[in-house]
Every structure is written in C-alpha cells, then in structure tokens.
Design a protein around this ligand. Structure first.
Ligand code: NAD
Ligand code: SAH
Length: 421
C-alpha cells in the first residue's frame, strides 16, 4: 500500500503530469510502443528518482509496458506530494494506481523506510538515481539480491559509485549507465542543469544575477551549463576546478579560473556541481562576503559542508522560504538555499520536460534492453548501446521538425577508406 502525504492532492498532481506529458513527445511515442509489446509483462520494477511530474510519466510508461511498479523519490526534498498522490491514485491513461512510497521532507529514517519498501516488493529491475537502492541491496538487504535481474543508473555520481563497486568486485548484477549516454549527459547535465539551477535560484531568492560574481565549482557537464547560463544573465563567472584540462577549458571559454580560497572572497552566488564533498567548508566560511549565497547542484548535500557551517555559525534563521541565514562570528551573514541539497530540484521543479523526455526515453529503452538481453549482460557497469543513443537523437530531431543529411555511398566509402584523396 502506498505511503504518501495526502491523496486529496491528486488532482493538482495530475495537472502537472499532463502538462509534462504533452511536452514529452519521445516518451509518449515510446509508451505507445510499450503498450503494444508489453516487454515488462510480469516484471517488478523498483524506481527511485525525484518524485515529480516527469518521473511520474516514466513510471506510467513502464507500467503501461506491463511492469508492476513500486516507486519512491531519490531525495527527501524533491518529492512533490501532489504528484505522488496522483501516481498513487492513478489517472485516465490506463496505467492504473502505482505503489508510491514518498513524501516531501521525509526524515532520514522515513526516507530509508521508503527505499526499503520498494525493494521488498521483490524488485527485479532497479532504476536508481544516485545509487541509494543499489547500496541498500548490497548492504542491508542482500537477501533480496537473488531476484534482481539488473538495473539502470540515472546520474554521474551513481555511475561513479557503480564503477567503484565493480572495481572492488562488489557489484552483483548488470547496471546500465544511463547517465553516460550522449543523449543524457550532453543535454540533461549541461542544458537541463544550466537552466533549472538558475530557475531554482531565481525563484527562491528573487534577486538579480546580472552584475554579480557567480562562482561555479566544477566545470564538468553540469558546471558548464550553469556557467554558460550565468554568463547569459550578465554575471561575471569564476570557475574552480581540480582537473587541469577542465580548468583550461573554462579559461578558453572565457571564464576566470582560481582556487576556492580566492574565489570565496569574491563571490556573490556560489553553485557547487562537483559530486565531491567539502568543496566549500570551514576553510572558506570566514572569507565569504556579507550576503553571499551558497547552493549546490551536485549529488547529495555534502558539497557545502553544512555540518561545519552549523558549527561555525553564531546563529541561524529562516531568511525566506527555503533560504537559511547564518550569522557568522565575524558579524557577516551568509545564506544557503535548500539546505545545500540540489537547488534545481529541492527549490524548483528540476529539469524542463523536454530534457527529461530525452533522459527518460533512454531510461525506458535501456530497461527494455535489459529485460530483453537479461541472459547476455555481464555483471558490472554496462554502457547504453549506441543504437539507443542514436535512436533517441533521431526521435528528438524528428520531434523538433529537423532533418539532417545522409552520406552518399561515395562519401561513406571516402570516410571509411584510407587511400582516396
Ligand atoms: P562531471 O564529472 O562531468 O563534472 C564534475 C567536475 O567537478 C569535474 O570536472 C571534476 O574535476 C570537478 N571536481 C571534482 N571535485 C572537485 C572539487 N573538490 N573542486 C572543484 N572541482 C571539482 O560530473 P557532472 O555530470 O557535471 O555531475 C556533477 C554532479 O552533479 C554529480 O554529482 C551528478 O550526479 C550531479 N548531477 C546533478 C544534476 C541536477 O539535476 N542537479 C544533473 C546531473 C548531474
Ligand atoms: N540522490 C541524488 C540524486 C542526484 S540527482 C541527490 O539527491 O543528490 C541528479 C539527477 O536528477 C540528474 O542526473 C537528472 O537526470 C535528474 N533530474 C533532474 N531534473 C529532474 C526532474 N525534473 N525529474 C526527474 N529527474 C530529474
């Protein structure tokens, strides 16, 4: 039985789902195909992805493809209770009621209970975002491992953890690295995060970005998007990095590059997007300007060392909805959005529907690939097949009304040969 906050919110949630759905043409078309072929018939799927409208569309697509779905969020602050209610109640698209275990601001114990509940359904396919389900299966719930066929991982940090498990011989089933598909990270991590992070910051702070010094920690796919959009808003953008090549890329893209120690004294708004911990910590707090705003876009709430900040502050207050003000002992005030959790999801609606359309098209097709190739896949991290990536790119071009050229036989021979001029 579902464990949600309030079923009476379902109508509002259903409106959000319908809005997302009409802006997700790829997933809608794939859903129609899944309805016909029912590749997941009789398969139990446990899913842990941000419980909001676009994820609801993925859940229903898989359910319509024949799966028995048991779903939860992947971050206690990104769950939207109205969407959870709509999924639990069921809409008019034939997907039926889905077993949902999630509510906004769940305590760590409640969040763990929700993850456990979806796994205890006897899950055969695991759809994870950040590795929480996989981690539980390999630690506290190992007795459930025999049922598991494999799974898919949505995000960079999750894939890094899977690779670490694979390296140590710990991973016990195939996990498809959805994040590493080109049609995922090139668009979701870059343009999705680029837009939704600023949506989250802007709607929460209601301050101007133009003219401010924005510090972006990490110039990976997310950092590139966040920096690009900050520049578009008229900010002066500073990048901090640990990777010399990426630091050079940032320099050539026209950004200032420096250490966090130096940047700390200059920034007005800080956004971390590294997947690392303690990127802004007690080495930096006392250098921050009065009024500096800190937020995070990377996995988990450890990029800004919140525990160290709590300890360093003389006092704390709610400055505005979802913004905590910290009075430091040096008399300055600094502000943290959404408790240092993913600002775009804990303080916004996450990536736009058109972006999640591509990411979830890959998720749905990868889950189908997994079930159809269950006897062939190796235990460990599995790449998304190139054909799925290309298929999603073609579908997206077509949905956008764009045509591209095709190689002539002569051109193909020229490109594939080695002697011709
Ligand atoms: P990435 O590997 O492409 O980039 C991370 C960058 O951070 C790298 O260039 C790395 O060198 C740098 N870095 C690592 N530690 C650092 C440190 N201490 N200081 C400065 N730079 C450091 O990864 P990505 O795809 O950009 O993802 C970044 C994080 O964001 C991951 O945790 C990922 O799971 C998460 N993510 C969040 C969203 C979202 O919606 N908010 C979307 C996609 C990914
Ligand atoms: N459990 C981790 C999850 C990392 S979230 C944490 O809470 O820190 C990063 C992932 O969220 C990205 O890979 C992206 O694909 C996904 N995401 C971004 N916007 C989303 C949205 N609107 N709906 C569902 N997932 C979204």
């Amino acid at each position: 039985m579902s464990d949600i906050r309030d079923i009476s919110l379902a109508e509002a949630g259903e409106r959000k789902i319908k809005w997302a759905q009409r802006n997700m043409p790829l997933l809608s078309a794939i859903t129609q195909e899944l309805v016909k072929t029912k590749p997941f018939r009789g398969t139990i799927i446990a899913l842990s992805i941000h419980m909001e409208a676009k994820t609801a569309c993925l859940c229903r697509a898989l359910a319509l493809g024949g799966a028995e779905m048991h779903v939860t969020g992947c971050n206690p602050l990104s769950t939207q209770d109205d969407v959870a209610a709509a999924l639990a109640l069921g809409g008019d698209d034939g997907a039926g009621a889905i077993d949902v275990h999630a509510y906004h601001a769940a305590t760590p114990e409640e969040y763990a209970r929700h993850l456990t509940a979806v796994l205890e359904s006897g899950a055969q396919i695991i759809i994870d975002d950040g590795g929480d389900l996989v981690n539980l299966l390999h630690t506290r719930l190992t007795h459930l491992l025999p049922d598991v066929i494999g799974g898919c991982e949505e995000t960079t940090t999750g894939v890094m953890r899977l690779r670490a498990m694979e390296r140590d011989g710990a991973l016990r089933f195939p996990m498809i690295a959805v994040n590493n598909a080109k049609c995922k990270y090139l668009f979701d991590n870059r343009y999705g995060t680029g837009q939704s992070v600023w949506d989250g910051i802007n709607r929460t702070t209601n301050l101007i970005v133009a003219g401010k010094n924005v510090v972006v920690a990490g110039y990976g796919w997310c950092g590139k998007g966040i920096a690009m959009r900050a520049k578009g808003f008229g900010a002066r953008v500073i990048i901090t990095e640990i990777d010399p090549v990426r630091a050079l890329e940032a320099m050539m893209d026209g950004f200032d590059v420096m250490t966090m120690e130096r940047a700390a004294a200059q920034g007005d708004i800080f956004v971390t997007a590294t997947g690392c911990r303690g990127v802004i910590d007690s080495r930096h707090f006392n250098s921050l300007k009065d009024g500096a705003i800190l937020c995070n876009a990377g996995h988990f709430d450890v990029e800004v060392a919140m525990d160290e900040l709590e300890a360093a502050a003389a006092s704390k207050y709610e400055a505005r909805h979802n913004i905590a003000g910290y009075r430091l002992k040096n008399g300055r005030e600094i502000f943290v959005i959404a408790e240092g959790r993913l600002v775009n999801l804990a303080s916004g609606d996450g990536h736009p529907a058109e972006i999640m359309d591509m990411s979830f098209a890959i998720q749905a097709l990868s889950a189908k690939y997994l079930i159809e190739n269950r006897d062939k896949l190796k235990t460990g991290v599995v790449d998304v097949p190139e054909e799925i990536d290309t298929d999603v790119a073609r579908r997206k071009l077509s949905a956008s009304g764009l045509m591209i050229d095709t190689l002539t036989p002569e051109q193909r021979a020229y490109l594939e040969g080695w002697g011709a001029q």
